[in-house]
Design a protein around this ligand. Structure first.
Ligand code: S5P
Length: 474
């Protein structure tokens, strides 16, 4: 009750300081609106600031499990500051533009990857401002799935944000606020009806880019892909209805080609380790390329490059294997830093090639840390044509829906091998962990009938993908 009284007090104060106005106004998008909010004025009224922060604290911050608070610039910044002090929770600040000197950080303050940050905003209409802050926080490896706002204009922002995994709590909804003002004689019934009708008829456009790749189809994601190889792979997956990548870890060219002849129609990608082949030849490569063209799959050479740029460039283009001449894409470690991408970028004379960067590994005890994964994803941002996706295990490792999550360590049952490899089931990998293309090696190659087994994997993995995009998860 005390809380309700205070909420009413705040509504009336906002009205009296002209933070909410009625009449005829023009919005940014050129639509006429009978109600206008400008919460920027609240900094001139310490008592209003105090009331807002007290209410927000009681309403959402006090019991929140977040590690940090972050205000959406600029109006919500002072409110976030007051809340941070009151809740004794550290604050983070998001820049509007990256600094042009020194660190190119978008988020200021001290934090650790995996910590949770609660967002504070004044008003949401479409939700796009909150989403920009969410994107920058997630880019830093912070968990950002909750926002509290002073006022929800009820024009679609809450739904837009929820479809991007951000839950929204608001002190006021527009209709709730109007009700208070009407009950207190600040506006008449005619105006209340006008606002009500306006709300019903004017939904904000969904300006928020859908970044929840888990819910998007491969067709839709091919449209969002900036790398030609990623685009091609998404298209193949959608048309062949398969997200299976076969890891042909065999040492004889005949065995590899025989197997691909049988299972090529069921896969979108073949993954090779050319350096384990004992009878490698140029003929093998031309047969492999012919099969790939005929049965419509791409070739990934899993070379896991990890040297300085200059050496990698030679390993890629020269030597016995001349990988750059035939592999549609390769795997690359981010360990040596950006030089490795600079070397590969544009090294194939206009022929489109792709790179899967290793952001995580499937094997037990590997030394990759969460910070390393975040830095890897960031490193990729400057190479939108080259980077096809990431080799990784978790859905939150990256969010760009135009990139592909390639996930190895897949078998029909959870298990391990004797050398540290960890296997998860199709359901776990696709539905829970966000795998887009699943790598299966021994699960198929070592089976009695690889041909039958490939179909079993293909069907199981595709079923899980359909379940994921339908949103019908238990
Ligand atoms: O983290 C990784 C990355 C890769 S590319 N874990 C992996 O297992 N791989 C590769 O995927 C590995 O080199 C092997 O070729 C394949 C998995 O084979 P499987 O027989 O264990 O399914």
């Amino acid at each position: 009750m005390v809380y309700d009284n205070k909420l009413q007090e705040l509504a009336l104060k906002l009205f009296s300081i002209d933070a909410v106005k009625f009449g005829e106004f023009m919005t940014k998008s050129g639509i006429k609106t009978p109600v206008y909010f400008d919460l920027r004025v609240i900094v001139s009224y310490p008592a209003v600031m105090d009331l807002i922060s007290t209410l927000l604290y009681e309403f959402a911050v006090k019991d929140s499990k977040c590690d940090h608070l972050c205000g959406v610039p600029y109006t919500a910044l002072p409110v976030a500051t007051l809340l941070s002090v009151q809740a004794k929770k550290p604050m983070l600040m998001r820049r509007k533009e990256a600094k042009s000197y020194g660190t190119k950080k978008m988020i200021e303050g001290h934090y650790k990857v995996g910590q949770k940050c609660l967002i504070i905003e004044d008003v949401i209409t479409s939700g796009s401002s909150v989403m920009e802050t969410v994107k920058d926080l997630r880019n830093e490896g912070l968990v950002s799935d909750e926002a509290i706002v002073i006022l929800d204009r009820e024009q679609g922002g809450k739904e837009n944000l929820e479809s991007n995994n951000v839950q929204v709590k608001s002190l006021f909804t527009m209709s709730g606020l109007i009700e208070i003002l009407l009950a207190n004689g600040k506006i008449n019934q005619e105006m209340a009806t006008k606002v009500h009708d306006y709300l019903k008829g004017t939904k904000a456009p969904s300006t928020v880019q859908p970044v929840n790749r888990m819910a998007l189809t491969y067709e839709d994601r091919s449209e969002l892909a900036t790398s030609p190889i990623a685009k091609q792979l998404f298209t193949i997956m959608a048309s062949k209805k398969t997200n299976l990548c076969l890891s042909v870890d065999l040492t004889s060219t005949t065995k590899i080609l025989d197997l691909l002849e049988k299972v090529g129609e069921h896969i979108c990608l073949v993954k090779t380790h050319v350096d384990i082949i004992e009878d490698f030849s140029e003929d093998f490569i031309s047969s492999l390329k012919q099969l790939a063209a005929r049965l419509n799959f791409l070739i990934l050479e899993d070379r896991k490059f990890a040297d300085i740029g200059n050496t990698v460039l030679q390993q890629y283009l020269k030597g016995v294997y001349k990988i750059g001449e035939w592999a549609d894409c390769v795997t690359v470690h981010s360990l040596p830093g950006e030089g490795i991408l600079k070397a590969l970028n544009g090294s194939t004379n206009g022929v489109s090639r792709g790179v899967f960067l290793l952001a995580e590994m499937s094997c037990e005890g590997n030394l990759i840390t969460p910070e390393y994964s975040v830095a890897t994803v960031k490193m990729a941002e400057k190479y939108p044509d080259l980077i096809t996706g990431f080799v990784c295990q978790k859905k939150d490792t990256f969010s760009n829906p135009g990139l592909i999550q390639l996930t190895p360590g897949v078998q029909l049952e959870n298990s391990k091998d004797d050398l540290g490899q960890i296997y998860n089931t199709p359901e776990k990998v696709v539905v829970e962990n966000g795998g887009d293309v699943m790598v299966v090696g021994r699960g198929i190659v070592a089976a009695k009938s690889p041909e039958i087994q490939a179909v079993i994997y293909k069907d199981a993995l595709w079923k899980c993908y359909l379940k994921r995009v339908s949103g019908k998860m238990e």
